[in-house]
Design a protein around this ligand. Structure first.
Ligand code: GLN
Length: 491
C-alpha cells in the first residue's frame, strides 16, 4: 500500500479522508508521516506532547475499520488538540506549570466525539496559560513561532493550533475561543477557524477559563474542512455540560455550495475606524468587493458598543477565571509546593509557583471586581452592558444575514512586542470580543497579506446557530479565491 507520501501534508482533511477511505494510504502511514513532521519542526514550539505509541495504536484501529469497510467520515485523519482539552493518552497542561505532567482519567467530550468519527490524535498543542492571551507568549512552556515569519507571534491563545496547521504539521487542530482565541490565531497564521455558537460544543473536559464564554472549534485550512470537523465535534452533552445546547448534531457540510446571491453582509462602521491598520483594511475591503462580485450586498450597520466590549470582557472573563482557577490549590491537581509550614502557606506557595504573571493578574482583577463594594460597580455593570452588546447584534441581524469585518486591527506582531504591556494586548481583541460576549458563532478566513507579507483574516459573524450559513459564505469565497491555499515558505 506504501506510496510516495511527499505531498501528504498538502492534502486537506477532505482530500486525506478520501485517500484513506480509498486505501491509497493507510492511517498508520499517515500518522507516522505527520509525527515525523511534527518532530522535524519542533523549533516552532507548536507541540507540547506527542505520544507515538498512543497515536499509532489509534491509527491501527482506524486501519481495521477502513479495511472492514466500516469507516466513519474522518477515519484515520490525524488531528492535534489544543492543550486545554483533557486527554487520557497525552499529558494536559493548559500551558501552565501548575499542570506539568498532568494526566486526565478521561477524554474531553470534543476529543471523544472526534475519536468517534475516526480521528486519530496526533498530539497536544501549545497555548497561552489557561487560554489567557493573544500571542501565545503566556505559555509556561515557551512561545510558538509564526511559520510565516518565525520572529512573529502566531496569535493566541490557540497559537500552537494555528501554527501547526499553517506549517502543515497537522491537517487540522482543535482550538478554543473565549474572546477570540480561534479567530485571531487563525487570522495571524493564514488559516480558517470557526467558533460555534456558545453551547454548541460541550465544554466537558476543556480546562475552564471563563465558563460563560469558552467554546471549542476547529482550525483547518479550508471552510470545508472546518465544516467536517465541526459536524463531528458538536452535539448536546446534557449530563456533563449544563450549558450545552439541546440542538442535535448537524451536518455543516450540507449547504456549503449554496448560492450567496442576494446575501446581505452587514459591515459595522465601528470595525473600520481609526485603530484599523491600513494594510488589514485594504485586504478586508478587497474581500468585501469579492463578495459583491459573488452577488452579496453590503449593508452598512452599526455596533455602537464595540469599544465597551474590552472593559466588559476584561471584567467578566477574569471574574470567572478567578473562580474557576481556585481549584488549583495543590490538593486536587498538579503542582504542589515542596516547602510550606501549614495549609494556608501550602496554598499560597503552590499558587505563587504554579501560575504565571498573566494568570495571577487575572485572578487578582477577578477577585477584586467580585468583592463586596465593587461587585455592583464593575461586575454587575459589565453584565448589563454585555446584554446590550448582544441586543445590538440582534438589531443588526434584522438588516443583514451575516456580519463581516477584520479579525484583528493589525497583522501578527513581533514576539515580545506587547509582552510587557498587557493593556496593549487586550486592546487588540476589540473585534473578536463583541461576538464572544454575545455568544455568537464567528469565523476567520484568510483574505490576503499585509505588512511583512503576513496573512490577514476576515471575520464573519453569524446569528445564533447559523454555523452552516457562515461556512457556506466562507466556502463560496474560498471557491472563488485562493488565499487559503497560500503556504509559508519552507513548509
Ligand atoms: N485574548 C483574549 C484573552 O486574553 C482571549 C483569549 C481566548 O479567547 N481564550 O483573554
Amino acid at each position: 500500500m506504501t506510496q510516495d507520501t511527499s505531498a501528504l501534508h498538502d492534502l486537506t482533511v477532505a482530500q486525506l479522508a478520501i485517500q484513506l477511505r480509498e486505501r491509497k494510504i493507510s492511517a498508520v502511514e499517515t500518522a507516522q508521516y505527520f509525527l515525523a513532521r511534527a518532530q522535524a519542526n519542533a523549533t516552532l514550539g507548536a507541540f507540547l506532547d506527542l505520544n507515538e505509541e498512543a497515536t499509532l495504536a489509534q491509527a491501527r484501529t482506524a486501519d481495521l475499520a477502513l479495511a472492514a469497510g466500516t469507516a466513519s467520515a474522518l477515519q484515520g485523519v490525524p488531528v492535534a488538540h489544543k492543550d486545554i482539552f483533557v486527554t487520557r493518552d497525552f499529558v494536559t497542561t493548559a500551558g501552565s506549570k501548575m499542570l506539568t505532567g498532568y494526566r486526565s482519567p478521561f477524554d474531553a467530550t470534543v476529543v471523544a466525539n472526534l475519536a468517534q468519527q475516526g480521528v486519530v490524535t496526533l498530539g497536544k498543542l501549545n497555548c497561552d496559560e489557561f487560554a489567557m492571551g493573544s500571542a501565545n507568549e503566556n505559555s509556561a512552556f515557551g512561545p510558538v513561532k509564526n511559520p510565516w515569519d518565525t520572529t512573529r507571534t502566531p496569535g493566541g491563545s490557540s497559537g500552537g493550533s494555528a501554527a501547526a496547521v499553517a506549517a502543515r504539521l497537522a491537517p487540522a487542530a482543535t482550538g478554543t475561543d473565549t474572546g477570540g482565541s480561534i479567530r485571531q490565531p487563525a487570522s495571524f497564521c493564514g488559516i480558517t477557524g470557526i467558533k460555534p455558537t456558545y453551547g454548541r460544543a460541550s465544554r466537558y473536559g476543556m480546562v475552564a477559563f471563563a465558563s460563560s464564554l469558552d467554546q471549542a472549534g476547529p482550525m483547518a485550512r479550508t471552510a470545508e474542512d472546518c465544516a467536517l470537523l465541526l459536524s463531528a465535534m458538536c452535539g448536546p452533552d446534557p449530563d456533563r455540560d449544563s450549558t450545552s445546547l439541546d440542538v442535535p448534531a448537524e451536518n455543516f457540510n450540507r449547504s456549503l455550495n449554496e448560492s450567496i446571491d442576494g446575501l446581505r453582509i452587514g459591515v459595522p462602521a465601528e470595525f473600520f475606524g481609526e485603530g484599523l491598520a491600513p494594510d488589514v483594511r485594504a485586504a478586508v475591503d478587497a474581500a468585501l468587493k469579492e463578495y459583491e462580485k459573488l452577488g452579496a450586498k453590503l449593508v452598512p450597520i452599526t455596533l455602537p458598543r464595540t469599544e465597551l466590549s474590552i472593559p466588559v470582557y476584561y471584567v467578566i472573563a477574569p471574574a470567572e477565571a478567578s473562580s474557576n482557577l481556585s481549584r488549583f490549590d495543590g490538593v486536587k491537581f498538579g503542582h504542589r509546593a515542596e516547602k510550606y509550614v501549614d495549609l494556608v502557606d501550602m496554598y499560597k506557595k503552590t499558587r505563587a509557583e504554579g501560575f504565571g504573571d498573566e494568570v495571577k493578574r487575572r485572578i487578582m482583577i477577578g477577585a477584586y471586581v467580585l468583592s463586596h463594594g465593587y461587585y455592583d460597580a464593575y461586575y454587575l455593570q459589565a453584565q448589563k452592558i454585555r446584554r446590550m452588546i448582544a441586543d445590538d447584534f440582534q438589531r443588526a441581524f434584522t438588516e443583514c444575514d451575516v456580519i463581516a469585518g477584520p479579525v484583528a486591527p493589525t497583522v501578527a506582531w513581533k514576539l515580545g512586542d506587547k509582552s510587557d504591556d498587557p493593556v496593549a494586548s487586550y486592546l487588540a481583541d476589540i473585534f473578536t470580543l463583541p461576538g464572544s460576549l454575545a455568544g455568537l458563532p464567528g469565523m476567520s478566513i484568510p483574505v490576503g497579506f499585509g505588512a511583512g507579507h503576513m496573512p490577514v483574516g476576515m471575520q464573519l459573524i453569524g446569528n445564533y446557530l447559523q454555523e452552516a450559513k457562515l461556512l457556506n459564505v466562507a466556502h463560496r469565497f474560498q471557491q472563488a479565491t485562493d488565499w487559503h491555499a497560500a503556504k509559508p515558505k519552507g513548509f
